[in-house]
Design a protein around this ligand. Structure first.
Ligand SMILES: [Zn+2]
Length: 207
């Protein structure tokens, strides 16, 4: 368990993804409050949440910014691009126009706090504060495991975990976190309606 800034999650909105074959675990979308501009601020917040130090960055072939601990393999960067590309194509078909370029997005690849889920399946996830999940079946003792977490809706930034394989899962997480961000900038009503999966519903939201 890495350092967790519980205060950051106070009053945050949590999104829950139901277990699935390709994508399982909890996924988190914080509220839009306290989000500021600039990579320095984003990096500081990503570090406070994950307990990692993001000292290096790169861009994917299509131009998304990526901050990492261990330099990601080319397959990882391509997987991020692929997930976002699929999302943007679906979004364009719906007539959305805002934030549909890879260069609009910033991804933090954090150390995984676990690599297998409770069923033993490969599932690199990050541990984040449980907040209102405290006491639920997801509560691991003050924290929950998340496949991904939206870091900033305004800046289109999210956190995923390092993967050594199963890069298709990275594509899915990138697409799914990206869905919340695309909706935030293109359809605020649907964004609000789909932010919290705890009442049912998951990803993909846009098909
Ligand atoms: Zn979600």
């Amino acid at each position: 368990m890495k350092g967790i800034q519980q205060r950051f999650f106070a009053g945050a909105l949590f999104a829950l993804i139901l277990s699935g074959a390709l994508f399982s675990g909890v996924e988190i979308v914080p509220s839009a409050r306290a989000q500021s501009r600039g990579d320095a601020s984003l990096i500081a917040r990503a570090q406070s949440i994950t307990g990692d130090r993001f000292t290096a960055g790169t861009t994917t072939p299509r131009g998304a910014r990526v901050y990492f601990i261990v330099r990601p393999r080319a397959e990882v960067l391509r997987a991020i691009d692929s997930g976002l590309s699929e999302l943007f194509a679906v979004a364009r078909r719906r007539g959305y126009r805002a934030r549909l370029n890879h260069s609009d997005y910033t991804i933090f690849i954090a150390r995984a706090d676990r690599t297998r889920d409770s069923s033993g399946a490969y599932s690199p996830d990050i541990a984040v504060g449980a907040a209102q999940y405290a006491g639920s079946v997801y509560d691991q003792g003050g924290y929950v495991y998340a496949a991904g977490m939206v870091l900033s809706t305004q800046s289109c930034a999210f956190i995923i975990a390092e993967h050594a394989r199963d890069f298709g899962r990275i594509s899915n997480v990138a697409r799914y976190e990206g869905e919340h961000l695309v909706l935030y900038h293109n359809d605020r009503a649907l964004y609000s309606k789909t932010l919290d999966h705890s009442g049912g519903g998951g990803h993909p939201i846009l098909q």
